[in-house]
Design a protein around this ligand. Structure first.
Ligand SMILES: Cc1ncc(COP(=O)(O)O)c(C=O)c1O
Length: 390
């Protein structure tokens, strides 16, 4: 029998990610010591106090039933309290303004199915985190990539989007602080987004998974801080990066209840929510954060300084990001992102991701993850120096 997956599934895989992973495996087999700066996952464990909370939670017999899939009341309240504390934004958990997710990926992956019929347009950042386009492909929608260019501070230029596209657009996905470009958005930009969304009836979904990983005293804005934002949009957030809890799979979406509702309906048909013990853990994490704000960002800030200063000294020039766990590094002239990443891997054993893996406007860059300890980052710098690439 011939087994043929759907065309939608084919569109989900990125050949570049697969190729990098295969090359890495081959080199490991040959005994090469790989320094993997390609992954986008925290490398440190969570605070030991949080692990203790989880241990206590799993001892409770009552956590083993089906969870309350929208999120338990305590967790939803903790999310609302945290939004008030962190951004001064009011969220009403008792009126559908919060939905708990199995990581923000869960919500982002299902989002477009809640709004998009065949052919409806979705505006996505290019380069952008792959599930934004993945979600649109799964829903059978049509992508309209919004180029994120350095000359525009990696913000989309709405004046370049044709009016017919804006008229047909159902949804816009944004992400600040952003993966992979590590850009941040001023509140004025979010205000502009609200105005555009109102003018053209476009639903806005903002992904803020990196809200807490910001540096040098900079604090990213929530989209919901913009006036009128809750009339047009929702915001995804996650405990994966802020609390090193990527493996427990917990995140949430907040904002406009009418926009959250279709997502909730989809999820109520697909899963039955997040394990109660995990929701207890996540509640404690947010409550603790209000008492004593977490310092996870410090690790990445220090790594950023070591990596960017070291590479700049070698002549590989790049800016220091204000947030996220990535550096978006322009590659030297004469290379494509892909050829450069392969050359780097073959000559130094250092894995970075070619920018075009995230969309065509990522060409000319590589994404370097700050996901190894400083000793390994220094070693990566030494290897790059010895390679003679610069
Ligand atoms: C921009 C962005 N959004 C969302 C996610 C998904 O995170 P999670 O599902 O762990 O909350 C990631 C993970 O790397 C990400 O980089």
């Amino acid at each position: 029998m011939k087994i043929i997956p759907s065309k939608r599934i084919e569109k989900l895989s990125s050949a570049i990610f697969t190729e990098m992973a295969n090359r890495k495996k081959d080199l490991i087999k040959k005994g090469i010591d790989i320094i993997d700066l390609g992954i986008g996952s925290p490398d440190r464990p969570p605070d030991p106090e949080l692990i203790k909370e989880l241990i206590e939670a799993v001892k409770k017999p009552e956590v083993y039933g089906y969870p309350s899939f929208q999120g338990n009341d305590q967790f939803k309240q903790a999310i609302a309290d945290w939004y008030q504390f962190r951004f001064g934004v009011q969220i009403d958990p008792s009126h559908g303004e919060v939905l708990v997710l199995m990581g923000s990926q869960d919500g982002l992956a299902h989002l477009a199915q809640g709004f998009v019929d065949d052919g409806d347009i979705v505006l996505v950042p290019d380069p952008g985190y792959p599930i934004y386009s993945g979600s649109v492909h799964l829903a059978g929608g049509t992508l309209y990539p919004m180029p994120l260019l350095q000359e525009n501070d990696f913000l989309p230029d709405f004046s370049n989007i044709p009016k017919e596209v804006l008229q047909k657009a159902k949804l816009m996905i944004l992400n600040y602080p952003s993966n992979p470009v590590s850009a941040v958005a001023p509140i004025d930009f979010f205000q502009e987004v609200v105005a555009l969304a109102k003018q053209y009836d476009i639903i806005v979904a903002h992904d803020m998974a990196y809200s807490e990983l910001s540096f040098d005293g900079y604090r990213p804005h929530s989209f919901l801080e913009a006036e009128g934002a809750k009339e047009v949009g929702i915001e995804f957030n996650s405990l994966s990066k802020s609390f090193n809890l990527a493996g427990v799979r917990v995140g949430y979406v907040v904002g406009n209840a009418e926009i959250i509702n279709p997502l909730m309906m989809i999820k109520s048909n697909i899963d039955f929510g997040v394990f109660e013990a995990v929701q207890i853990l996540a509640t404690k994490a947010l409550q603790r954060d209000i008492q004593s704000p977490n310092q996870s960002y410090k690790v990445y800030q220090e790594r950023r300084d070591v990596l960017v200063d070291g590479l700049n000294q070698l002549g590989w020039k790049m800016d220091k990001p204000k947030a996220t766990m990535f550096v978006w590094a322009p590659i030297p002239k004469g290379w494509t992102s892909y050829r450069f990443a392969i050359e780097l891997l073959d000559k130094t054993g250092v894995v970075v991701i070619p920018g075009d893996a995230f969309g065509i406007h990522g060409e000319g860059y590589v994404r370097i993850g700050l996901v190894q300890e400083i000793k390994r980052l220094k070693e990566a710098i030494q290897r790059i120096e010895a390679s003679g690439i610069f």
